[in-house]
Design a protein around this ligand. Sequence first.
Ligand code: FAD
Length: 492
Amino acid sequence: MEIINVDVLVCGGGMSGMACASFAAEAGARTLVIEKQGEIGGSSNYSAGMFWAPQTYEKLRNWVPQGDPILQKAFLDDYLPVVQFMRASGVPIAKRFDGIMTIGIGFPIEISSLHKLHRKRIESSRTSSEILINTSVVKLIQEEAGVAGSPITGAIICKKSPGFPAVYCEIKAKIVVLATGGFQGSPDLVSRYLGQGGNKIFVRSNRGSVGDGLKLALEVGGGTSRGMNSYYGHLLAAPLQSEDVNPRDYLPLAQYPTESKHCLLVNEAGRRFADESMGDEIINQYLARQENRRGFLIFSEKVRLQHCVTALFPNAGDVDRLQKAKEHGCNVGTASTLKGLLDILHEWGVDRVQAGRTIEEYDRVVRLGDRDLACDASIGAGGSVPAPLVENEGPFHAMEVQPSITFTYGGISIDSKGHALTADCARIPGLLVAGVDAGGFSNVGYAGGLALAFVTGLWAAREIALQLGLPQPVLPPANVRDGEDLPIEALL
Ligand SMILES: Cc1cc2nc3c(=O)[nH]c(=O)nc-3n(C[C@H](O)[C@H](O)[C@H](O)COP(=O)(O)OP(=O)(O)OC[C@H]3O[C@@H](n4cnc5c(N)ncnc54)[C@H](O)[C@@H]3O)c2cc1C
């Protein structure tokens, strides 16, 4: 077997892996990025490019109290300097948006430009660093094979080319970084950690993230984080199977928070089961526990016009969402009266009588506008107050929705330097983790996606520089700290 010597092996060329490799190579580490698929970028290629983070630590703690506070704080400390770095490096960044994912601020970025920048920094560095595509990391090598927590000294990789036998190669590396993007695509792992039926949830992710990082870490004694049973995703038009949808359609088929926040959501039994205003990244997880995982959004024409035909922000899928769902053969119905809409729901298998009662009761509470009553009925706790349905004129609309997993919140246990930890919280020498593979930041509530991946990739690069005695990555100082509402013009 051929042996290649490098300083750093990065497993996964997505958002976190590319960020890590870009800073590590720039610092002077000979870095090899291994990417399983035919192109780098992972899920970020299908993303809306909203580089967001919670506005303040306090907001984050209130929204995601079950996440790890030390990791969360460390993430926010690096968020704005990273935005500043991209801007200073010429990555196109749009103006700041507020209220992202209820608690956040965000900057839409051009993902392809960011990866171009990373690639250039990796491939033109003086260290002969490189990126190999269509190649997977299949096994970690330890100093003492099979001894939990024994130092990592490299990995076995496997290159597959159509029509040729697979080629295996040993990489000897001083440091290995796991950045494979989570375990949402592994039916076994989602069944184990998310519970029965976890493997039936629509996978809304790049197709390469199938839990390799987690499996590799577990094999060498890695521990798991908090929140192993929770995940990020959106309500998606239904019925649809993951394998039948082109990933480029993930965005327009998702019923984004603003829209679903203004709808009434019932299950097959015709009952509400969650406060819609919490945002669909949260109620998505509740829907997964309902009978047959079937949900039905009910809304007025006013809501459709305000929220279903425009994008939330640039790149977020500027399409008529009902039309898009119809084109995919999903259940979408329109009626001039609520009675007519109940008939449609009945045809889809929803309990018509109970759905009618639910609409009536929901509407009564919303119309009264009584906060205590609304609170008892779990309406509007997420901040947005829905409009009463019956006071609006028809037509009325209904859409069947299903839960989806974009990425898993739980993963390998890490510290705030990016070290992989054992179940006893001891560092595994030579093993770092970044991006979705690193668990514990989010838990039921969503703490971050693209930005979190970039920041944890940066942590790994800092640790690499420290361990190899190289200069630390330098970021321009941020003009805005912790999301304080200072003049943003300085940043833009
Ligand atoms: C439709 C969609 C929209 C999104 N929109 C947003 C948004 O607007 N804002 C936001 O913050 N987040 C968004 N996200 C989430 C964001 O894309 C992810 O949080 C981010 O990409 C995670 O980075 P990562 O490096 O952990 O994983 P990824 O970027 O997914 O990269 C992981 C890479 O590892 C590779 N890999 C897996 N196993 C191996 C192996 N054994 N060997 C080698 N390579 C391997 C995979 O092929 C993949 O390329 C969105 C995601 C999707 C799918």
